[in-house]
Design a protein. Sequence first.
Length: 216
Amino acid sequence: MSCCAQCRGIEDMFGHRMAQRQLRQYRRKGPGRVTRQLIDAVAAGGAEGRTFLDVGGGVGAIQHELMERGAGGGTSADASPAYLAAARTEAEARGYAEHVRYLDGDFVDRAAEIEPADMVTLDRVVCCYPDMPALLGAAAPLARRALGLVFPRGTRFIRSGVALVNLLQRLRRHPFRVFVHDPAEIEAVLKRHGLSRRYLRDGFLWRVVVFGRDGP
C-alpha cells in the first residue's frame, strides 16, 4: 500500500467528528493511561524549557501535557487536518498556540522542513504507516535527546486482530489500514540512527518504549 493512499485514509478516518469527540474526552479525562506512560517516560528528568516534535499527535494530548510541564514549544505534525485544528484550538484556549508549529501532510515528505527537538513522540503512529523504516528514518535524526513510541506488541493474537480489521476495511473499500511492524526491526532502525533503548513497558496490546541519543 502506498503512503499517499494511507494518508488519504487517515484524513477520512480521523475527520472532524472523531477529532471533536476525542478532544471532549481529553478535556474530561486527560491523556489515556498508555499515553501518560509515554509522556512520563519521554519527559523523564523534566520538560522545562525543552522542545518537542509530536508526530501524529491527534488532538494534542502529549503537546498539552508537555507544555503544562514547562516545555518551550515545538511542532505538531499530523496527516489529519481535523486533528491539527483540534490541537490548535486547545492550545489557543490554554494560551500557548503561538509556541507550536502545526504541520499537515505526510510527515516523511515534510520532515526536512522541521527543526530538531529535544523530545520526539509517535503515539500509535507507527501502526498507521506502511513504510516503518522511512517513518522512523525521518523522525530519528530530529530527536536531540529522546524519541518515544507506542506501537502494537506484535503477538499472534494482535496480528490476527489486525488482519481482521484490515479485511473489514477492504470490504468497506476504505483505504485506511493498520500495520504491525516487527518490534526488533523498529529497534534496529533507531539504533542505526544512534538511539538506544532506555525504557520499555508492555501492556496487553501496546508497547511503550523510549530511546535516547547515544554520546554527549
